[in-house]
Ligand binder design. Structure first.
Ligand code: BTN
Length: 248
């Protein structure tokens, strides 16, 4: 498998924004930008991503695909699955995936993935795969966040070294991205469900237009859409929105 060029910077506004800015000038085929600190980290749906210089891991990977934008809709799910597998291999087996691209541990979020794409003059699609992972968050940060966050610390308050986590993540994600580039999301769908924290649970999906759908989470489509079974037993596939795990 190919090895990415890896750059680490002390401080930047957002590793995703930076790679999107650099992309038109040309980037190495596989490039990884790691930032110790971000001053304007971006989250999904226009939200901010808050991180800590000591306790967070924030980086973006650049990858070029010969696939349509629609086929890339499952990319964040495949990446979050790869992250869960990497963390399990480091002994952190209580981490699971929450649709579409969060990592959860004991009912709280530990990581998020933000994929932003750009069409290249070659006709290919360049993807910036941004990853924010809470390794050992200071309690001040946990308290100030609206969303309740978790990190990777164990009962003895010990967290793995960030370099260890980054190394394991890249070792898992690079072959995974090569496989995704070849075969798309479909081969990952079943394994994703085995790590899903809301599998077979009643959930509420909040749509971008503020309406809601409720149902039992029964699976994923080949593009990574969420399949909910309504009270009449009918399956429906959804491709956007925010998942609430409480039945409201
Ligand atoms: C989410 O909303 O859950 C996605 C969070 C993604 C945050 C990462 S941190 C590295 C990269 N750079 C950014 O500005 N955002 C992503």
């Amino acid at each position: 498998p190919s090895v990415p060029v890896l750059w680490q910077v002390q401080s930047i506004d957002s590793t995703n924004r930076c790679l999107l800015e650099w992309a038109p000038q040309g980037l190495p085929q596989h490039f990884c930008l790691v930032a110790r600190q971000q001053s304007a980290g971006r989250g999904r749906r226009g939200r901010a991503w808050i991180s800590d210089a000591e306790g967070s891991l924030t980086f973006s990977l650049w990858w070029i695909f010969d696939r349509s934008l629609q086929e890339l809709s499952g990319l964040p799910l495949a990446v979050s699955l790869g992250m869960v597998e990497a963390l399990h291999s480091l002994g952190m087996t209580s981490v699971g995936v929450k649709w579409p691209n969060d990592l959860w541990r004991e009912g709280r979020k530990v990581a998020g993935v933000l994929v932003e794409t750009t069409r290249l003059s070659s006709g290919q699609v360049g993807a910036v795969i941004g990853i924010g992972l809470n390794v050992a968050l200071p309690s001040s940060l946990q308290d100030t966040c609206v969303l309740s966050l978790n990190d990777l610390r164990d009962e003895a308050d010990q967290a793995p070294a960030r370099a260890t986590v980054l190394g394991r993540l890249l070792n898992t994600l690079i072959p995974l991205l090569e496989s995704f580039a070849q075969s798309g999301f479909a081969p990952f769908a079943e394994t994703w469900m085995t790590h899903c924290v809301h599998r077979n649970q009643q959930v509420t999906l909040l749509h971008p237009n503020h309406t809601r759908s409720q149902g039992e989470c029964v699976g994923l489509s080949s593009l990574g859409g969420l399949i909910l079974r309504d009270p009449a037993g009918e399956p429906h596939t959804y491709h956007g929105g925010e998942l609430s795990l409480r039945l409201e």
